[in-house]
Write a protein that binds this ligand. Structure first.
Ligand code: SAM
Length: 279
């Protein structure tokens, strides 16, 4: 039997010393040092140290040929800037997979589909990810054609390279992995998890620069707090991110809450085959 221990800094989580990582990320990057302090810091740093998350960095330059180990070249058809050649990237990807197994291969590109919380959950469930970081003018299209399972952008702007995009994805995905956050409930009751923004929050002191914490939050009435939070979450979503409502429209209850009406009384569920059960 393998030894078990409490994971340092992660309350309540016990893991065997030789347990495999729950999230295993392969980074393909020309600039592996960018991640140094990021991977050592805070909850992610603890999860890496505890072996819950493993991040392995591989530099395609190590697979480039020639005296100068050149990884880029000019663009066919003309145009400014250099494009990453396919051979060093392909060799890095295949070597990593040969050594540690197949991963879900994600190419980072501004032209990819937008990364969001649903994708973060999906990546967390996959367990083994490869994040392929481009640089310069981008990556030879054959890498996307032959190796990418997914092409992902972190937003409608252009970064100089995929490394910071990869860091964003690692942080968003890692905090969904059991044992990384102290309190697992934090990932359920937060912005985007249910298609809504999170309600506003306060801490001590109760008064600050003439602004006080809403009375209801100090009332100790849990039901009222829950209703108030739900309403504030809806108000904030309507005001700041109405686009979320297109994807996940207001329910009747939510509409009633926003309009200050009493929600209709729900019928009691009558078992899995009853009126409220699955059809
Ligand atoms: N010429 C490319 C274009 O217009 O789509 C931009 C290339 S960008 C300067 C270099 C690399 O940074 C990309 O290959 C990609 O890996 C990364 N990158 C830049 N912006 C990104 C974003 N919004 N999301 C994900 N990766 C991004």
């Amino acid at each position: 039997m393998s030894k078990e221990s409490v994971v340092r800094g992660v309350p309540g989580v016990r893991r065997a010393h030789d347990a495999p990582p729950i999230l295993d990320v392969e980074l393909i990057t020309l600039f592996p040092d960018i991640f140094d302090s990021f991977l050592r810091t805070s909850l992610l740093g603890k999860a890496v140290e505890a072996g819950i998350v493993r991040i392995t960095r591989t530099n395609p330059r190590d697979f480039a040929r020639g005296r100068h180990r050149q990884v880029d070249d000019s663009c066919y058809g003309g145009g400014p800037g250099m494009v990453l050649r396919p051979e060093p990237l392909a060799a890095a990807i295949e070597t990593v997979q040969g050594e540690r197994g197949r991963a879900h291969r994600v190419l980072l590109a501004p032209s990819g589909r937008l990364f969001d919380q649903a994708t973060a959950f999906a990546f967390a469930r996959r367990g083994r990810l490869m994040l392929i970081c481009g640089r310069y003018e981008g990556v030879d299209e054959r890498i996307a054609d032959l190796f990418a399972d997914d092409i992902v952008s972190i937003g409608d702007y252009v970064l100089a390279g995929g490394e910071l995009a990869a860091a964003v994805i690692i942080e968003a995905v890692a905090r969904l992995v059991p044992g990384v956050l102290g309190c697992e409930a934090s990932t359920v009751d937060e912005s985007f998890s249910a298609g809504r923004l999170e309600y506003p929050q306060w801490t001590r002191p109760p008064e600050f620069l003439g602004r006080s914490v809403p009375e209801v939050l100090r009332s100790g009435n849990h039901a009222e707090v829950a209703t108030w939070r739900r309403l504030e979450s809806l108000r904030r979503t309507v005001a700041r991110r109405p686009d979320l409502l297109l994807r996940c429209p207001l329910s009747e209850d939510e509409q009633a809450l926003l309009e200050g009406r009493k929600p209709k009384r729900r019928r009691k569920p009558s078992g899995p085959d009853g009126p409220d059960g699955p059809r």
